[in-house]
Design a protein around this ligand. Structure first.
Ligand code: ZN
Length: 322
């Protein structure tokens, strides 16, 4: 049995409303690469937009289902409430200016766990985000025009799961998903499969909070990465033995996935690292054309008629802040 069935975070998927605003925020304001433009395989009239680093490596991939005119959701317990991106410590002033320039409301810089400096803000749909300024993340940043490389996002730092009580969610991470407890402070408990920035899972105990409600600006699920189909089937067995209600393996074209709801109410996915985003387009062309899996391709004409056209011009978001 492999001890590291889960290698870390694979992707985070959230609900949004306007697709163009989504592109402007994530590719423009945050400077991520659009790595795949496809549709929700379970609802092909809706986009599935993927952002990430150059290759769309696990741990950098943020994805959205933008439903036009979708009502705002409510943040609360039983939800992944904050998605944190990792940037270098030296980027604090740059990002303060940048967020201000694009009229993004952010809270004053705060610290936790001693030396971890972070900024909290919301995206254009109300999704909870953070930038965490740190020197530990050894990954190279990535930028597709708007943000200078030295200040660019490196991928996720981690995510925050807001739940009623931490014990059962923690038990799942520790016993079935090869995570370790790294630190705790107040009502925040940090776990990780790899021990590195990119893979931090913070459980926040918020017994008095209202229950979260799905809608625009809320996270749909978090996906954990596993090496391949074999490790995925091992973890599936393990989860089933521990009483979780796990779906069969689903083909998501760029990875294969299983889904289950963790005890705190949050939807978890375990996605295989292969085949990845280069399966249907060249590296240099990632995200440019609308890609459809073979079983949806026959409906392309109909689908293209209902999807709102989206475009991205990095010049609009290039700026002179240094
Ligand atoms: Zn997913």
């Amino acid at each position: 049995m492999n001890n590291s069935l889960i290698t870390g975070i694979h992707h985070v998927t959230a609900l949004a409303d306007d697709a163009q605003k989504n592109v402007d925020f994530y590719a423009g304001v945050l400077g991520l690469r659009i790595i795949k433009k496809t549709v929700n395989f379970d609802e092909p009239s809706i986009y599935h937009l993927y952002y990430g680093n150059e290759h769309g490596h696990p741990g950098t991939v943020m994805t959205f289902f933008p439903y036009p005119r979708l009502r705002r959701g409510r943040h609360g317990k039983g939800q992944l409430t904050v998605t944190s991106f990792s940037v270098h410590t030296n980027g604090l002033d740059y990002w303060l200016k940048r967020l201000k320039k694009f009229n993004v409301d952010y809270s004053a810089p705060q610290t936790r766990f001693g030396n971890e400096i972070f900024l909290t803000f919301k995206d254009i749909h109300g999704l909870g985000l953070e930038l965490v300024f740190n020197n530990e993340d050894q990954r190279t940043g990535f930028t597709y025009g708007p943000v200078p490389l030295e200040h660019a996002i490196k991928g996720f730092y981690g995510v925050t799961l807001s739940v009623e009580g931490y014990e059962r969610t923690a038990g799942l991470l520790l016993n079935s998903m090869n995570h370790d407890l790294l630190s705790e402070s107040g009502n925040r408990f940090r776990y990780s499969a790899s021990g590195k920035p990119g893979d931090y899972i913070d459980i926040l105990c918020v017994p008095d909070a209202l229950r979260g409600k799905a809608g625009s600006g809320t996270v749909h699920h978090v996906a954990f990465a596993t090496l391949n189909n074999i490790t995925q089937s091992e973890i599936r067995e393990k989860l089933l033995v521990n009483g979780l209600n796990v779906t069969p393996v689903l083909d998501r074209e760029y990875f294969r996935s299983i889904y289950f709801r963790e005890p705190g109410g949050i939807l978890f996915e375990v996605a295989t690292q292969p085949p990845g985003f280069l399966i249907d387009e060249e590296l240099s062309n990632l995200g440019k054309a609308l890609k459809l899996p073979i079983w949806i391709e026959p409906a392309r004409a109909e689908i293209e008629k209902v999807l709102q056209p989206i475009h991205f011009d990095s010049e609009t978001f290039r700026e002179l802040l240094s």
